[in-house]
Ligand binder design. Structure first.
Ligand code: PLP
Length: 394
């Protein structure tokens, strides 16, 4: 057998980041199948919501069909609407920017910081203080004259955003904070769980996240009215328990019980998975410590990172190969790697949205490469990846 390029396939394949199914997954899913409770309501949906609220330390949790729908719903619940503006990270997966557009609002893209690659809090504050104007108790973007309503920071790659400056600014200008915590379940900021650092937070249980329900999402909040509104909007906005009477346009964003069952079982394993992720990170850090031109992702002293997607920067001059060349070399050896996302302010659908001094994110995009970091990554496979990365520049 040969690959399309005509070469014999490599016998080894080390995937980037795949699910790890363990523990009670089979028992819980089987129970759904045995009892016929497979669809959009059921005890596992309720339990997944309770367990998530408890784990994160939020009062309420509302399950959704995926993380993107959680973000869309959270924006609706917060009352963000047409021609409002929402500050968000430019260096991230595109979902939060798309969700902002779903409600007719505009993202304002904020750059990443050089150290932790998160939304730069200094640039957030500078944008709000210098580029916006406070008028009649509301904040307007001076350039677009649109209302600035919210901040949507993305806790990227398992590491929290430096939230205190954002929280201060939000207080000062009466802004809503919606955390995109989809990549960072279990991470902490100054001892506090990600997901409790703003007014609402969204999680994802997509297959490549630290735990998965196959697909799924969750909104958490301390506000009872917002939780109720989220449940209402995600279940077709039904206003009568028996009659099909609707006072608003709702969505079918429900998480099936079958998937919630898997989610419950995965959540039971989460702390163990985070320990493994952190060990994988420590091993990479050690292995690359003296490799010229490779910079490892780092953890702030105010953070516990879950190192969701282990990523390094490749300095083309010092490493003698750029990140994309290394990507290809790894691929030839059966090692799946991946660049980070194109900064969203450069993407075609979001080019016309405001972007504030997004220079660092463009550099990071050129240099970043994510390496295999599945919970199930074996020590031999990781050692192989380390060896190849450490020696490819020779
Ligand atoms: C994964 C992810 C989401 C949500 O993804 P879904 O696939 O819809 O669950 C949202 N934002 C970011 C930054 C993500 O990485």
């Amino acid at each position: 057998m040969t690959t399309p390029s005509g070469k014999a396939p490599s016998p080894r394949f080390i995937p980037l980041c795949v699910p790890e199914i363990q523990g009670n997954a089979w028992a819980y899913v089987k129970e759904c199948l045995d009892t016929n409770w497979v669809s959009s309501v059921g005890s596992y949906v309720d339990r997944f919501e309770r367990d998530m609220a408890e784990y994160v330390g939020a009062r309420y949790a509302v399950a959704t069909v995926n993380g993107t729908s959680a973000l869309h719903t959270a924006l609706l619940v917060a009352g963000i609407g047409p021609d409002d503006e929402v500050l968000t990270s430019t260096l991230t997966f595109i979902a939060p920017a798309n969700a902002i557009r779903y409600v007719g609002a505009w993202p304002v893209f904020i750059d990443a910081d050089r150290l932790y690659w998160q939304m730069d809090p200094e640039k957030v504050v500078r944008f709000l203080d210098e580029e916006c104007r406070w008028r009649n108790g509301r904040l307007y973007n001076k350039t677009t004259d649109r209302l600035v309503r919210a901040i949507l920071p993305v806790h990227l790659l398992g590491h929290p955003v430096d939230m205190d400056p954002l929280r201060e600014a939000a207080e000062k200008y009466d802004l809503v904070i919606i955390e995109d915590a989809t990549e960072s379940l279990g991470a902490t900021y100054k001892g506090r769980m990600v997901g409790t650092l703003g007014h609402m937070a969204c999680f994802s249980f997509n297959g490549n996240k630290v735990i998965t329900s196959g697909g799924g999402g969750m909104i958490v909040t301390d506000r009872e009215d917002w939780a109720a509104k989220a449940k209402y909007l995600t279940t077709q906005a039904k206003d009568d328990p028996i009659e099909y009477i609707h006072h608003e346009i709702g969505y079918n964003y429900r998480l099936p019980n079958l998937l919630a069952a898997l989610g419950v079982a995965q959540l039971e394993r989460l702390e163990d998975y985070i320990r493994v992720k952190r060990r994988i990170a420590a091993t990479y850090r050690e292995a690359f410590a003296r490799v010229p031109g490779i910079t490892c992702m780092s953890q702030a002293d105010w953070a516990r990172s879950i190192f969701w997607m282990y990523t390094v920067l490749v300095d083309a001059e010092r490493y003698a190969m750029n990140s994309r060349q290394l990507l290809r070399r790894l691929g030839e050896l059966g090692i799946q790697a991946r660049p980070l996302w194109q900064p969203i302010h450069l993407s075609r659908p979001h080019q016309s949205a405001p972007a504030y001094r997004c220079t660092v994110s463009e550099e990071l995009f050129q240099q970043a490469l994510s390496l295999p970091c599945s919970v199930g990554l074996g020590p031999d496979d990781q050692a192989f990846v380390c060896e190849i990365v450490a020696n490819s520049n020779e």
